[in-house]
Design a protein around this ligand. Structure first.
Ligand code: TRP
Length: 353
């Protein structure tokens, strides 16, 4: 029997991935693909929540993410790269889960509230916008995932997912109200494991403005495809507020986060940090040059790998088809179990690719 734990995580296609995605989540996925059953979801339907007028862009962005995945080291033979819109169990579970959640509970999700604010949606968002939070619970539970590697901002979605899983198990699997998440009864009788968020060491990388989280919409990102020259320029823009080489620097500054995250030689990182904090004759400019070099060294092999797939959509689509086929094997099983438990089981079906 297959006893490996299941990992599910995903990305909404909004353009190319950046180094914040890499250190926040993708780097962790590359470790996990060696030891776990990994599924990486292209959440292309979620992109329609705010960009339904741009279907061609969403289509192209979906393929771009796969190029970035491959560039960063995700191996499609180890992990299944899967397309949300061709994993029908997700849509079906979304409908069912929407019935298990009070509307007000969904709207209390702080990540949704924050998005409404940041994207300035006011009251003009689609019905599908809050629905995507319910959809994300189905993304995860359709795979019966045990863990979800994500950045910090996604924790409220995982919390909602855990609530849905508990609710379903207690409502439809005969599990008593007081049973804890990791009680053997929950695991044996429940359809869904209660998934955990797996937040990487760098849950939130500051962008090159030195202030906000790295995010495409804030134009403060370093892309996987950025040349050393661009990287140097962007790192040069990080605002630190430090005035001279002898000013004691703040160990919590964005610059020091970059040192911790990207200077691969840990002794050198400690040395830089020590000098910076003491104001021992070290300028921000010098530190920035070292950071920029370290980032470019990290990106170089990624850019080489990415170039192999540059104009080859067919290969990318084959990879997605294969991953989606494997994903459907898992999600169709889950759906059958969930239907059986919840009174929706009437007869079997098969999906083929
Ligand atoms: N909402 C996530 C983001 O914007 C992407 C996502 C969709 C996801 N489905 C998921 C992440 C399931 C983890 C698990 O980054």
């Amino acid at each position: 029997m297959n006893t490996r734990e299941v990992i599910l995580t995903g990305d909404t296609p909004t353009g190319q991935l950046h180094i914040g995605h890499y250190v926040g989540s993708v780097r962790r996925r590359i470790e996990l693909q060696e030891t776990h059953d990994c599924y990486f979801l292209l959440a292309n339907l979620h992109a329609y929540t705010t960009r339904s007028e741009y279907p061609d862009e969403i289509h192209a962005d979906t393929l771009e993410i796969v190029r970035d995945y491959l560039a960063m080291g995700i191996d499609p033979n180890k992990a299944a790269i899967t397309l949300q819109s061709e994993t029908p169990a997700i849509a079906e579970l979304t409908f069912l889960f929407a019935m298990l959640l009070p509307f007000n509970r969904v709207m209390r999700n702080p990540t949704l509230k924050e998005e409404i604010k940041v994207k300035d949606l006011g009251e003009n968002y689609s019905f599908g916008f809050p629905l995507y939070a319910v959809g994300q619970t189905a993304d995860i539970l359709a795979f019966r995932a045990h863990a979800v590697p994500v950045g910090e901002d996604q924790i409220p979605h995982i919390e909602l997912t855990r609530e849905v899983a508990r609710r379903f198990n207690k409502l439809y699997c005969g599990i008593d109200e007081n049973v804890e998440d990791d009680d053997p009864e929950m695991i044996e009788k429940g359809v869904f494991p209660i998934p955990k968020a797996d937040v990487g060491k760098v849950g939130r990388l500051i962008g090159t403005d030195g202030i906000n989280k790295m995010s495409k919409s804030l134009d403060n990102v370093i892309l996987i495809t950025d040349t050393p020259k661009r990287v140097k320029k962007k790192i040069g823009q990080i605002y630190t507020g430090r005035q001279s080489m002898t000013d004691p620097g703040d160990p919590e500054s964005s610059l020091m986060q970059y040192v911790d995250t990207f200077i691969a030689d840990k002794n050198r990182a400690l040395e830089l940090k020590d000098k910076y904090v003491r104001g021992d004759n070290i300028g921000d400019g010098h530190i920035k040059v070292e950071i920029a070099e370290a980032i470019s060294n990290l990106l170089e092999p990624m850019q080489e790998r990415r170039a192999e797939y540059e104009n080859d959509d067919d290969t990318i689509i084959d990879i997605i088809r294969d991953g989606t086929r494997r994903a459907n094997e898992q999600t169709e099983k889950t759906l059958a179990l969930a239907k059986e438990a919840s009174g929706l089981g009437f007869f079997d079906r098969t999906i083929t690719f």
